[in-house]
Every structure is written in structure tokens, then in C-alpha cells.
Ligand binder design. Structure first.
Ligand code: AMP
Length: 418
């Protein structure tokens, strides 16, 4: 028996109302903040992510699905959405448009992770990117948008964690302080952190292993080593957030797992679930576009995992609109009745009424059971007697009342039974 690959899952019809609900709320928030939709390929040149996301990151080193196609091109299933959007921004000359260019996407994301609740090898993100503006006003707007999105979903009790990790100019000073601080502690660190100490010291701060957490709590803070420009940017962002009434917690251990971030980083955490269960996160990536071949272009973005949102909607018992049920089920008995059934189904659909029709090979009782299970409001019953009389029997599935009528009359009613 084949099964969905480990870490992947099918989203069955029963779960679809959650997804549609999230997508509709996302579309609404994008409308309010002026974002346009973009779709990019599910795979890209692997070098785009190696260069953009960073060779020293877990996502590129350990988690990326890399493969060669039949022409020996090295490709990767996208392990995140931002690099692809930036590649597209450069490729299509979007720097000629009024800046910032605001884009959103729904994308499936592939990471070879250890599957667990809320962590999968294929997951789906809703993400937004605002490209071409360095102002902290934009950082505040993106954060406000992310929070507004979760609020509009009916979720409560989430918190905003905020940090600034500086820029190319001031970060080396902080990294050196981190190395100096961690060097004598190296023997106590986990294996991954011993490698990070050398390759990616910033990531020492967000190690989840208990033995490393105590050391990280006391480690030098990036916010203490910001250059004047980064310091002003961070202060200004906090002023905008305060003006918007946004509550946030400064978290000096928040660094995020991708190398491209500069200055602002943020995460939205649900009340339950701990630090591994972020609902969403994002930050500024002012160097990314130049790193992958464009002109230096500041930008900021945000992404959230659809599966994580569904988990939170379920655990917080948020009601989402149910899937629409068919208005009419057509049950038929006998060959002539089935011919009438297909004609009636076609005419009803043309009038905009959703119809399920039965093939007529089962008893009326079985067909009515099917109509009930499908949630139909009415069943139009056509048997030999109805064919002879040129009528259909319309049954109200809630009250079980039945009424004979010519098909034309049912069609006139179609508008009111949608
Ligand atoms: P990231 O691209 O790592 O910043 O992730 C953005 C958001 O996507 C996270 O906050 C999660 O909501 C979600 N996410 C990330 N990785 C996974 C995963 N492996 N499985 C499910 N959701 C994920």
C-alpha cells in the first residue's frame, strides 16, 4: 500500500473549510495593506537558496531537497518563499515600479525536518514581502499587518517577540563578542552549537537544548552593539509600534534561522506550545537582493504556516464557515427517469444551483440516505410515475414534506433553493 511520504499529509475535504477561511482572511488583509499576489515555481536553481538563505544555515545544509534534473541542472524544492520572490523581483525589473513593491504568496515549502506536531516536511505558507523601502514605518506596518491577520482569524493570546540583529557594519562586532563569551563555555555546548560557534555564532542564541539555553540567556545582546543607524531604526520602529498600540516583548535571543536577516526580526508566538511552535515570523533582509544579483534594495517580509494556524484554530475552538452543501439531490428510478434526471441536473446547474445526481441504480431509500449524507436541502425524486405525469417530486430533506411539480416550476424555484 502506498502512503503519503513521511512528514507530508493530505488535506481532506473535511479540513478544507479551515484552509479556505485562512485564505479568505489573508486575501482581505492583503487588500487592506495593498499587497498583490505572486506565484513562483516550486523549485529553483539550488544556488539561489545556498546564496540567499545561506550555506551555514540548517535549512540549506540539512533540510533542502536538492536534485539534478535530466539535464544535470542542480535544483531545489523551495525551502522558503522570500528568495524566490526576490529572484522574481530582479528578473522582472520590479525596481522600476513605485517602491515598495508589496507582494504576497501562498506556497508549499519543503524541508527535510524531523516530523512532529506542527512540523512537517511539506508545509504551506502565506507570506508577504515589501521590497524597496528601508523606513522603520514599513517594519511597523508589516508587523501590524501580521498581528491584524491573526486577530482577524479569531485567534487570541499570542505574543509578539522583537529584536534587532544589526547590519553588515555592526554585526561583526557583536559576533566577536559572542565568540569571546562562548569560547570558554564550548565544552558544555551541544554538538550543533560547537559547530555554530565557528560557523554561525548568532544561531547559538536560539538553540533549544536546555544545556545551551542558560548560556544563551547571559550572552552579549545584539541590541547592545547596534551602530547608530541600526539603533535609530530600532528605536523608531518601537515608537511606531507604541503609536499603533502594539504590545511587544524584546527578546535578545530571537535571531531566526535564515542568514539573510538584517536589523528587525520578529516572531509571533501562541500562548501554548513553546518556542518551537511560532505561528509566524519575519524580518528585514536589506542585503538579500544584492546577494542574489540585484541592486542593493532594502526589504522586509513575514510568513506564517497554514498548518500551524489550523492547529491553533482547532485548539482555540474557533468556528469557521462550513463547506457549502448541494442544494438539490436528484434521485431517479428507471431508465426514462434517469434521462429526465440528467436533463434536470443540467438545467438546474445552468441556473446556478448546485446539484448532485444519483446514477439511479440503487433503491430510493439508499438514494435518500445519500442525499442526507451529502447535506442536500431538497431531493428531486423522479420515478416511472413522475416521468409519465411529466413532474418531479420535490422532498424537503429537513421536514420530509413532498410536493409534486413540473420541472419548469422547480427551475423557477432554483434561485431560492441555492
Ligand atoms: P520560517 O520560514 O522558518 O520563518 O517559518 C515561517 C512559519 O512557517 C513558521 O512560523 C511556522 O508557522 C511555519 N513553519 C516553518 N517550518 C514549518 C514546518 N516544518 N512545518 C510546519 N510549519 C512550519
Amino acid at each position: 500500500m502506498f502512503k503519503a511520504p513521511r512528514g507530508t499529509s493530505d488535506t481532506l475535504p473535511d479540513e478544507q473549510p479551515y484552509w479556505r477561511y485562512i485564505q479568505n482572511k489573508a486575501l482581505e488583509v492583503c487588500r487592506l495593506y495593498g499587497y498583490s499576489c505572486i506565484s513562483t515555481p516550486a523549485f529553483e536553481d539550488a544556488g539561489l537558496f545556498a546564496r540567499g538563505v545561506g550555506e551555514g544555515t540548517d535549512i540549506v545544509n540539512k533540510e533542502m531537497y536538492v536534485f539534478k534534473d535530466r539535464s544535470d541542472n542542480e535544483l531545489a524544492l523551495r525551502p522558503e518563499g522570500t528568495a524566490s520572490v526576490c529572484r522574481s523581483y530582479i528578473e522582472h525589473g520590479m525596481d522600476n515600479l513605485p517602491q515598495p513593491v508589496k507582494l504576497f504568496y501562498f506556497a508549499d515549502i519543503f524541508r527535510y525536518e524531523r516530523p512532529q506536531a506542527g512540523r512537517y516536511r511539506q508545509h504551506h505558507q502565506f507570506g508577504c514581502e515589501a521590497i524597496g523601502d528601508a523606513s522603520p514605518m514599513l517594519d511597523a506596518e508589516v508587523i501590524h499587518m501580521a498581528l491584524g491577520f491573526f486577530t482577524s482569524l479569531g485567534l487570541v493570546n499570542f505574543s509578539l517577540q522583537l529584536n534587532s540583529i544589526g547590519c553588515r557594519k555592526c554585526r561583526p562586532g557583536h559576533l566577536q563578542k559572542l565568540k569571546d563569551y562562548y569560547a570558554p563555555l564550548a565544552p558544555q555546548l551541544c554538538g550543533d552549537c560547537q559547530v555554530r560557534l565557528d560557523k554561525n555564532p548568532l544561531r547559538l542564541l536560539d538553540c533549544k537544548k536546555p544545556g545551551c539555553q542558560a548560556a544563551a540567556d547571559e550572552a552579549p545582546r545584539s541590541s547592545d552593539y547596534l551602530c547608530d543607524e541600526c539603533g535609530q531604526h530600532f528605536t523608531s520602529l518601537q515608537n511606531y509600534l507604541s503609536a499603533l498600540g502594539v504590545k511587544y516583548a524584546l527578546n535578545h535571543r530571537l535571531v531566526r534561522g535564515l542568514d539573510y536577516y538584517t536589523r528587525t526580526v520578529f516572531e509571533i508566538q501562541p500562548a501554548e506550545g513553546g518556542s518551537q511552535s511560532a505561528l509566524g515570523g519575519g524580518g528585514r533582509y536589506d542585503d538579500l537582493i544584492a546577494t542574489i544579483g540585484g541592486r542593493p534594495t532594502p526589504a522586509i517580509g513575514f510568513a506564517t504556516g497554514m498548518e500551524r494556524i489550523v492547529l491553533n484554530l482547532v485548539s482555540q475552538s474557533v468556528n469557521v464557515p462550513a463547506a457549502e452543501k448541494p442544494a438539490v439531490f436528484i434521485a431517479c428510478m428507471g431508465r426514462d427517469a434517469c434521462v429526465q434526471s440528467v436533463k434536470l441536473a443540467a438545467a438546474l446547474r445552468e441556473a446556478g444551483t448546485a446539484v448532485i445526481s444519483s446514477s439511479g441504480e440503487r433503491s430510493l431509500k439508499a438514494q435518500l440516505r445519500h442525499a442526507n449524507a451529502a447535506g442536500a436541502k431538497y431531493t428531486a425524486i423522479i420515478g416511472e410515475d413522475e416521468v409519465k405525469a411529466g413532474v418531479v417530486m420535490l422532498r424537503n430533506m429537513q421536514t420530509s414534506e413532498q410536493q409534486q411539480m413540473p420541472p419548469d416550476e422547480l427551475l423557477k424555484l432554483a434561485g431560492s433553493v441555492q
